[in-house]
Design a protein around this ligand. Sequence first.
Ligand SMILES: [Zn+2]
Length: 55
Amino acid sequence: MKTKVCELCKMEETTLYRVQIKKGKIWIFVCESCCNKSKNLPDYRYGGTWKGYRH
Ligand SMILES: [Zn+2]
């Protein structure tokens, strides 16, 4: 099982969400709770889900 580190809270997770939280083309991977918090941001964009256990 693969993991990635959430770029906001630095927790290691097996499922992360590809999101933009700032204007521009920078995508980051965040955990579910950070993804939910980021949804309130005006520049939030969702770009897909990453699952470590598929590989
Ligand atoms: Zn997080």
